[in-house]
Design a protein around this ligand. Structure first.
Ligand code: MG
Length: 455
């Protein structure tokens, strides 16, 4: 029978105004989440993820169940972010370890997404199990940075994987044979930003109880700067230890009712546990008792349920994206601009007139000479005046069209043309529609022949 003992501590640190980290100690399940995404988003994301992880793992307390629980946590954060625009973009890291029964033996299932970390300390050796999903770590893997350079790189906090930022997430999963004397450390980057492996190992080697170790680590990180929220969970494997009532003990198989695990009392021989996964994340694996594995296949009903939920989330997200308030506002404003522009053009066109020729008759048109976009000139008045009634000097202008500011101005222009011509041909004649000046004035310049009007 495998027995675990745990302790945890979390602190806002010395710089941040709120603590967006969250620790979980729940039966055989332990986790650390480090939320991000604005003032409230980070707290909401880490809480949603931890709650969803706990609930889903409770339904399927297996290695595959833990991996599936991380996917459920991702869906919970993603859907909540999609449904609440003020929380959009929130996300969280999540690393968790759980004691489960697999094939009749106790194993520790360990999962990770993001840059919170899980370590194993044993016999004076501290080994980082998880691999950061960060830009700096990617550069280390590509050989562009050394681990020491990555530790201080300005991009070390930029994540390449997190919960809640997309409908799907890839989960790194390990299966670990628990060995008496193992001490597992789960922590947010607020700890590892401030303390190096040597300092962490020092605390884990000298502080006996897991709660005291967690408290000491958090206080040490504060003393070294506390630039971020600091959260730590320490889990000791205490095989066969008697429960004296003063220390909270967690018995894996007592709560799951699974098979006994005497073979795991000493961890078993190296390599005895069947490997079941890929090589991803193999860096940091200290021996055959810790094996990274691909995301385990869930049971068929569980997989179907998750796939359905994922499809629902995608459809819902697509629908939500199409009818967001901002999209609606943009469409309304754009439509307003288009309608306003068209109305202004229409007003400008219908309040313009020009004099042109239809055959040899002077005709007044409404609109702009040559038309305006799809607004074509409309004939509004035939004057009865012909080209023989006006001076030949003006025929060229009339053929092109003479723009006026109004219908009255157009009529006046025609009258002036007639008067000017009459004053030349019959100096003694009296012009019925006399104007103050016999010389016609062109209200505006011409541009082109009237569309729809003959020339
Ligand atoms: Mg952090």
């Amino acid at each position: 029978m495998t027995v675990l003992r745990s302790g945890s501590a979390s602190d806002v640190g010395l710089v941040r105004s709120s603590n967006q980290d969250l620790a979980l100690e729940a039966g055989t399940l332990f986790a650390v989440a480090d939320g991000m995404g604005g003032h409230a988003g980070g707290e909401v994301a880490s809480r949603l993820a931890i709650d969803a992880l706990k609930a889903a793992f409770g339904r399927h307390p297996t290695v595959a169940g833990l991996a599936g629980a991380v996917e459920s946590a991702n869906e919970a954060v993603w859907e909540h972010g999609v449904a609440n625009s003020d929380l959009r973009g929130m996300g969280t890291t999540l690393t968790a370890v759980a004691l489960v029964a697999e094939s009749g033996r106790d194993v520790l299932a360990l999962v990770n997404v993001g840059d919170s970390r899980s370590y194993r300390y044993h016999d004076g050796e501290l080994v980082q199990i998880t691999r950061d999903h960060s830009l700096a770590e990617e550069m280390v893997l590509r050989g562009e940075l050394t681990p020491a350079e990555a530790a201080v790189h300005p991009h070390r906090h930029i994540l390449t994987r997190a919960l809640g930022v997309s409908p799907d997430v890839d989960v790194d999963v390990w299966e670990i044979v628990p060995t008496r004397g193992d001490r597992f450390l789960l922590c947010s980057d607020g700890l590892t930003n401030e303390l190096g492996d040597g300092q962490i190992g020092e605390v884990l080697s000298h502080i006996g109880g897991p709660q005291e170790a967690a408290d000491t680590l958090v206080q040490a990180a504060r003393i070294h700067g506390g630039s971020d929220n600091i959260t730590v969970v320490v889990v000791d494997v205490v095989v066969g230890e008697e429960h004296d009532g003063s220390i909270p003990l967690v018995s894996a198989l007592a709560t799951t009712g699974g098979a006994a695990s005497s073979v795991l009392a000493d961890g078993g021989p190296e390599g005895q546990h069947p490997p079941s996964g890929q090589s991803e994340g193999a860096s940091g694996v200290p021996d055959g008792r810790m094996r990274p594995r691909a995301v385990p296949e869930a049971s068929e009903p569980g997989r179907r349920e998750r796939n359905r939920a994922r499809r629902r989330a995608r459809r819902w997200a697509r629908g939500r994206r199409l009818v967001t308030f901002r999209t609606l506002l943009f469409v309304v404003v754009l439509a307003g601009i288009v309608v306003g522009t068209l109305s202004a053009l229409r007003w400008y066109d219908t309040n313009s007139y020009f004099v042109g020729l239809d055959g040899n008759e002077l005709v007044i048109y409404q609109g702009r000479v040559g038309g305006l976009l799809w607004y074509h000139p409309v004939e509004v008045e035939r004057t009865g005046v012909t080209t023989g009634d006006v001076t030949q000097d003006y025929l060229k202008d009339l053929q092109s069209g003479v723009q006026t500011a109004s219908l009255v101005a157009a009529r006046t222009y025609v009258e002036n043309l007639v008067a000017a011509h009459a004053s030349i041909t019959t100096p003694t004649a009296t012009v019925p529609t006399a104007t103050t000046s016999p010389t016609p004035t062109s209200p505006t310049t011409t541009s082109s022949a009237p569309a729809g009007g003959g020339t």
